[in-house]
Design a protein around this ligand. Structure first.
Ligand code: ZN
Length: 200
């Protein structure tokens, strides 16, 4: 996450739009925790490629691994009109963990699902929120008996940085979210069902 993204606050409606789409994805694709982003991409009809497979020389790599401002690019996605499919490319060369690659794939899925056409700090913020919320939806840590950042990291399979962000979001959600939203209720009911508990 870059500093200009931190300064942007998304309007509440946009957070809800992202959260609702993510909740729908979990239920429609019958996901389980921890989620499997590559499998999700494939089931949505997207192709996932890794830089280590497609980069042939330093020039290719420099082109793919830096955005127009020279910042490191963890991945990118585009619509390939010849195959009529979205392609997600993951920078596994600069990344050293599967958790990081998983976040990148969910980030790119977020760009595609939210209809982004070009890079901007706002689009990045939205895609980052989409990825983090997909990996750890706010209604789930309690259902999975989490009480610490370590629990979030272990149960949801996320990096330390992502675990911290999601833990803080979850705490805030519990304290200030007000009434549970209809899509949150549906998500909780789905996970209670697959975990064998009783539905709300
Ligand atoms: Zn992005």
């Amino acid at each position: 996450m870059k500093s200009d993204e931190v300064m942007i606050t998304l309007p509440p409606k946009l957070y809800e739009q992202i959260e609702e789409d993510v909740s729908k994805l979990h239920i429609d694709l019958e996901l389980s925790i921890p989620i499997n982003p590559i499998d999700i991409a494939h089931r949505l009809g997207f192709i996932v490629k890794y830089y280590s497979e497609i980069v042939n020389n330093d020039e290719d790599f420099n082109l793919l691994s830096k955005d127009k401002n020279g910042n490191q690019r963890d991945g990118l996605s585009y619509y390939d009109s010849s195959t009529k499919k979205y392609i997600i490319c993951v920078n596994d060369i600069d990344s050293n963990t599967e958790e990081h690659d998983n976040f990148t794939i969910m980030h790119e899925i977020g760009h595609i699902r939210m209809g982004h056409k070009e890079d901007s700090p706002l689009a990045e913020k939205i895609a980052n929120y989409y990825a983090a919320y997909s990996l750890v939806p706010s209604p789930l840590p309690r259902l999975y008996s989490c009480s610490s950042i370590i629990d979030i990291i272990n149960i949801f399979g996320v990096s330390v940085t992502c675990g911290e962000i999601c833990f803080n979001r979850w705490i805030k959600w519990q304290l200030f979210s007000g009434e549970i939203k209809p899509y949150e209720k549906k998500l909780m009911a789905y996970y209670k069902k697959i975990r064998g508990g009783t539905c709300l």
